[in-house]
Ligand binder design. Structure first.
Ligand SMILES: Cc1ncc(COP(=O)(O)O)c(C=O)c1O
Length: 378
């Protein structure tokens, strides 16, 4: 019987959504070859899925990796990394400047006997003093969430190699359009694909790219933990990837113009955007980010949380919402959202203030965004 998807050899332009959870074995011999890893075959969705696999191959190319593992969310990807490479007694170095949910994961890791040192990204050049013989992993974000602090990936990778530590970089803010951490010496790159890779606020996914050896280890964990992405979300993600570079380019161009505008506005202070020449991270960002500085920024509005609330309440085009990297511009107060689950004093211990807002610039015409900011600040 001809394959219904490819009668006479015609192939679908779009990867089909394979919803099947299990597969009828062609023969015992095929089953043996699949389970031995001799051929790329499918047996059960938790192991692998053809729609998901296509997306993995595409993200691997984007991140210049040998392979990639896709899973159910960005936090699922981060947790998969921790649980695959850390054990009781190991030491993990984390940056305060990292997506807030890591704080909750860190509590679980500590319960399982992992020791954690938190450091401020502004002091990343002092990291060597925190390394112990038990240190197994350094996990960072650059630019960081929410303050867009920049960490020197090359410098960290030299240290990680010296001490045999795994360097993991969350590249969600930068995106692979602007930065490839593996090229700069990182061992693994992690993404919340929910953000710019997907790009349309309609799917949740995570990705981890690295070597073939890492792929095998992470695949083993994902298969066991059951965090394989569903085929429909994988298809949406693949669709998002088709326009990814166009969106990433536009967001970055818009963000540069907007950061320049905000840095001259009297109601705004502390604009943090790595593309501004005045930004503390500009020099390093310029050496490791290519084609621009991304679509994310943070800034302080007025003097109090009420000033930030009032400004956001006035906005008409920019959406008051969490998440980032979407086609629409999104703005939020990290103190009240992404950092909510940290103790209040911890939320403000590394530069974030109650009136700091995080801005994810969308692909709208830049004048539309600037006009909205202008009327919102008026
Ligand atoms: C930098 C970064 N990494 C990871 C995550 C977690 O991603 P997800 O929401 O897909 O679990 C987020 C979420 O906002 C994030 O901003």
């Amino acid at each position: 019987m001809p394959d219904p998807l490819t009668p006479y050899g015609n192939k679908p332009m779009v990867t089909p959504i394979v919803n099947a959870v299990n597969y009828r074995y062609a023969s015992f011999d095929v089953l043996r070859r699949i389970t031995n890893g001799e051929v790329d075959g499918y047996t059960y969705h938790r192991d692998d899925n053809p729609t998901v696999r296509e997306v993995e191959k595409k993200i691997a190319i984007m991140e210049k990796a040998e392979d990639c593992i896709v899973c159910t969310s960005g936090m699922a990807a981060c947790t998969l990394v921790y649980l695959t490479y850390l054990k009781a007694g190991d030491h993990l170095i984390l940056f305060h400047d990292i997506y807030g949910a890591h704080y909750k994961v860190s509590l679980a890791l500590e319960r399982f006997g992992v020791k954690i040192t938190w450091i401020n990204a502004d002091e990343s050049q002092t990291i060597e003093q925190y390394i112990t013989p038990e240190t197994r992993m350094i996990f960072c974000e650059t630019p960081s969430n929410p303050l867009c602090k920049v960490i020197d990936i090359r410098a960290l990778s030299i240290l990680s190699r010296k001490y045999g530590i795994k360097l993991v970089v969350d590249n969600t803010f930068a995106t692979p359009y602007h930065q490839n951490p593996l090229d700069l010496g990182a061992d693994l790159v992690v993404h919340s694909a929910t953000k710019a890779l997907g790009g349309h606020n309609d799917l949740m996914a995570g990705a981890i790219a690295g070597s073939k050896e890492d792929y095998d280890k992470l695949w083993f964990s994902r298969q066991a933990f059951g965090t394989t992405l569903d085929a429909y979300s994988a298809s949406l993600l693949e669709r998002g990837l088709k326009t990814f570079s166009l969106r990433a380019e536009r967001m970055s161009e818009n963000a540069h113009i907007i950061a320049t505008y905000l840095s001259q506005h009297p109601a705004i202070t502390n604009v943090r955007y790595p593309g501004l020449a005045s930004d503390k991270g500009n020099k390093i960002a310029s050496s490791q980010m290519v084609k621009g500085y991304g679509g994310m920024m943070a800034f302080d509005v007025g003097k109090s949380i009420d000033d930030a609330r009032k400004f956001i309440g006035n906005l008409k085009v920019i959406h008051h919402a969490v998440s980032l990297g979407a086609t629409e511009s999104l703005i939020c107060v990290p103190y009240l959202t992404t950092m909510l689950y940290m103790p209040p004093e911890r939320r403000t211990s590394f530069g974030v203030k109650e009136n700091t807002v995080r801005f994810s610039v969308g692909i709208e015409p830049v004048e539309t965004i600037v006009d909205d900011l202008e009327q919102g600040l008026h």
